[in-house]
Write a protein that binds this ligand. Structure first.
Ligand SMILES: O=C(O)CCC(=O)C(=O)O
Length: 289
């Protein structure tokens, strides 16, 4: 299923140069409305929105994680042609859905996320190549006040940087190396309006700030992997290549889905046995060999 909204040549160049590219208006208000309405009516999202501790300052944010994708709004967004084809174009090969999350920073809560690369964790899962990215869609405004993402522009060109542990987190960068990065790469605050999208490379160093706004900052962050790059470790069944029926670009607008959070299995991040626990909680320091 080909998308009617392919990335432009300039957007593809920007992604490879900067490690990310913003796609204004990637989804429109009508497409987002069912999810926003459901979240307003059930803020716990079926009890699966879990508070996660992260970062050296032990700040908190709320995650909804999913690894598989159904025929509901959430699964259809994950399989949407413009998202999946954009990921495949930027990665340079067919892709599959790796895992995804909605990250909410409640109004007035810190929720700060320290500087990190996503591929640090995906390497730990056994993916040999950094041929992986995330497509982020803003569900509510992401501004400097509400805790938008910051990108270190061009930092993906460093390749993978080791994660180190401190008292509360394992996703930190050596502080001397980190201050060198902050001098060398431009720190760009990626401010977004609802529906704006960002594709960002697994190795681009990013963080996000506090939410001191009076509304919840909510981002949907869907990650894709090249089909040739499935993890080589044998405890990664949940990250194996999964068949994915691409959803036509007009599926969300036309209501071609069954419920909002209905058939896509939502991870239970309070259960260490859940397949999503090691992805989204990652509270043990891994053997990085
Ligand atoms: O949503 C955010 O504020 C940042 C999330 C993030 O960087 C991550 O989960 O890797």
């Amino acid at each position: 299923m080909a998308t009617e909204h392919p990335l432009t040549p300039d957007q593809i160049v920007a992604y490879h140069r900067d490690g990310y590219v913003v796609v204004p208006g990637m989804m429109d208000a009508d497409e987002l409305a069912p999810a926003l309405q459901e979240i307003a009516e059930d803020p716990s999202i079926r009890g699966r929105l879990a508070t996660i501790h992260d970062g050296s300052e032990k700040t908190q944010h709320d995650y909804l994680g999913w690894v598989r994708h159904g025929d509901d709004w959430l699964g259809t967004a994950t399989r949407l042609a413009r998202v999946v084809e954009g990921a495949a174009t930027l990665i340079g090969e067919p892709v599959y859905h790796f895992h995804s999350k909605i990250v909410q920073k409640p109004a007035g809560r810190s929720g700060r996320v320290v500087w990190h690369q996503d591929y640090g964790g995906w390497y730990q899962d056994g993916c040999l190549m950094p041929h992986m990215l995330t497509c982020l869609i803003a569900l509510t405004p992401a501004t400097q006040t509400s805790g938008c993402l910051h990108m270190l522009k061009g930092s993906h060109k460093m390749g993978r940087v080791d994660r180190i542990r401190d008292g509360d987190a394992y996703s930190n960068i050596n502080p001397v190396r980190e201050s060198g990065m902050l001098e060398r790469f431009e720190d760009v605050a990626v401010e977004l309006q609802p529906g704006d999208g960002v594709f960002f490379h697994g190795n681009v160093v990013h963080s996000s700030g506090d939410n001191s706004a009076d509304y919840n900052r909510i981002l949907m962050e869907m990650s894709y992997n090249g089909v040739s790059n499935a993890p080589v470790f044998d405890n990664q069944e949940h990250h194996a290549v999964k068949p994915m029926a691409i959803a036509a670009d007009n599926s969300l607008r036309n209501g071609d889905f069954e419920g909002v959070f209905a058939s896509t299995p939502l991870c239970d991040l309070n259960d260490p046995q859940d397949e999503g626990y090691t992805i989204f909680v990652r509270d043990s320091f891994p053997d990085l060999s």
